[in-house]
Design a protein around this ligand. Structure first.
Ligand SMILES: [Zn+2]
Length: 553
């Protein structure tokens, strides 16, 4: 068996692993690279495998850095099933089209620039339509069900406690009458989070591939931050300001709703009555749809949440929670004078309605901005969080006078101690651990801890590294080179196809113009271009003839 590490190596995005057994090839995740320009560009690189040859795919969870290149995979010839949990399939049904919409918008923006500078226009990575078409390949599977995918591979999803539907992937691979077990942690959640169950504890595996996003950090308890949030809402409302919370549409927003609902239920008649008057607006269509999906997948909830449902308390609702759907309703939030909480996307303030709310609240010293998630380098969110005094939003310079808070207790990832606790819970130690999905410092720290404290061999793979497992032997470090020829071949075929489709049309147009054109200079320019083309075709023909003769020799 071979495992190729094709994304999320020494970075946290682009999760993608290729597993090759004797008779099959399949992928774990096919996520988008997210970050600065050079990282984003990697999404446009051709895959280092042929998507037509991949038999099936296993998806750990719906986050775009794990699922975001699925429409591209299908566009380029993948026809297999995509196995995931039902909640993951449901969430992808809103997230992938939303991602398609972002791709179209960003591409249109870039094309406008390209048009002005005379550059060639480009197609988006994929469109809304292509994202919607990819949904029919999803095959939902239940948690804890062991299923045989073919004669060599069996699969089981366990709850990862990271977002709704997120899973740890257990794989059994049979080759030459020997079976090896692999476990992919996926993104691992935290214990005692709202709504979701704790990460499932696995007894044994031969090899473990584990994430390390917070491999060098410790989080404060989420309970403390929930109390802090409520106090921020109260003090902000008392001084007449708004609380603006940039939030990821999935999980983070629902966690906040859940905590606020709990506050309502527990303190409704006893404590601060002011809070009861503050309306909380969810101003993000994607968050509204995601919240509806949460309520359709209550089988993923933890016991506390199920108990609330049993006594008739919808955990994702409370009396002053309001959902805005239209852009008009969203705009009205900024014209009304009453204090309110606005939860809006995107989480890192890079796009969406949140930018309008920041524009209307950042300059007001009575308002508060509360960050509840990771803010990547270079984003508007990061600049505000790091204390910039003036930021540009929609071309306008805005003073930052509002109170800025950052509550990391809402994080959806296990921290350093959480990762170590989970690895220690294996009843028999894995033979080797591979560390992915973390920045370099985080992967190195957790690698050291695993080797020193648990006495298990650990390795941090490079991008493109191929790991071969033959019986008990593991060969680490062989760099991926096999598919380079294949990839170039595919690109060549693609060019031929494109050229064929335009060639005759161009010749016909040329013919048409030669009959009608009056301008002698234009006629000359056309003639020169045609001579260049003729020469290129003759050269190409010569190259092909040479190739044929070489074969005969
Ligand atoms: Zn995730």
């Amino acid at each position: 068996m071979k495992i190729s590490f094709l994304g999320a190596t020494k970075i946290v995005t682009g999760s993608n692993f290729l597993i090759e057994t004797k008779n099959s090839k399949f992928l774990i995740d096919c996520g988008m690279f997210q970050g600065n320009k050079s990282i984003n560009r990697m999404n446009y690189y051709p895959f280092s495998f042929n998507p037509e040859e991949i038999d099936f795919m296993v998806l750990s969870h719906a986050h775009i850095d794990h699922s975001g290149r699925i429409p591209k995979l299908i566009k380029e010839g993948f026809k297999g099933d995509i196995y995931c949990t039902k909640a993951t399939a449901d969430l992808c049904s809103i997230m992938l089209p939303d991602s398609g919409h972002i791709q179209e918008m960003e591409n249109e923006w870039d094309n406008r620039k390209r048009r002005r500078s005379g550059e060639k226009l480009r197609e988006p990575l994929y469109t809304v339509k292509e994202a919607e078409d990819s949904l029919r390949y999803f095959k939902p599977v239940l948690y804890d069900q062991k299923i045989e995918l073919n004669e060599e591979v069996a699969l089981r999803f366990r709850d990862a406690g990271h977002i709704l539907g997120s899973s740890i992937i257990e794989l059994w691979i049979k080759e030459d009458n020997k079976e090896a077990k692999l476990v992919f942690s996926g993104d691992l959640g935290r214990r005692d989070r709202p709504i979701l169950r704790d990460p499932f504890l696995i007894d044994e595996t031969d090899y473990l591939i584990i994430e390390s996003t917070y491999g060098n950090r410790l989080h404060p308890p989420s309970k403390d931050d929930a109390i802090k949030l409520i106090s921020i809402i109260n003090t902000t409302a008392q001084r007449g300001g708004n609380v603006v919370i940039p939030s990821f549409a999935i999980e983070r927003a629902q966690d906040i709703i859940y905590e606020l609902n709990k506050y309502y239920t527990e303190y409704l008649k006893t404590v601060n009555q002011d809070f009861l008057k503050v309306p909380v607006y969810i101003d993000s269509p994607l968050t509204v749809s995601a919240t509806e999906i949460f309520l359709r997948n209550s089988d993923c909830f933890d016991e506390d949440t199920l108990k609330l449902i049993k006594i008739g308390n919808n955990p994702l609702d409370f009396p002053n929670l309001k959902f805005t759907k239209t852009a008009e309703e969203s705009k009205q939030l900024n014209t009304s004078k009453e204090s309110k909480v606005i939860i809006s996307a995107s989480g890192m303030c890079t796009a969406g309605r949140i930018k309008h709310h920041l524009k209307h609240n950042l300059w007001r010293k009575e308002s508060s901005i509360v960050f509840v998630g990771y803010q990547a380098e270079g984003t508007l969110g990061r600049r505000i969080k790091e204390g910039e005094k003036v930021v540009k939003i929609f071309g306008e310079e805005i003073q930052v006078n509002a109170e800025i808070y950052s509550l990391e207790g809402f994080s959806g990832h296990a921290d350093k101690n959480g990762l170590m606790w989970w690895i220690q819970s294996f009843k028999s130690k894995p033979k080797k651990i591979f560390i992915v999905h973390g920045e370099e410092e985080a992967t190195e720290e957790i690698c050291r801890k695993i080797e020193e404290e648990l006495n298990i061999e650990a390795h941090i793979p490079e991008l493109g590294e191929v790991l071969t497992i033959e019986g008990e032997r593991i060969l680490v470090g062989e760099k991926l080179k096999v598919d380079r020829k294949e990839r170039e071949n595919r690109e060549l075929k693609e060019s031929i196809k494109k050229l064929k489709s335009v060639f005759w049309e161009v010749l016909q147009r040329l013919e048409h113009e030669t009959n009608n054109v009056a301008d002698i200079e234009r006629l000359n320019r056309l003639r020169n271009k045609l001579i260049e083309l003729q020469k290129n075709i003759l050269d190409l023909n010569m190259m092909l003839t040479e190739g044929m003769n070489k074969e005969k020799d």
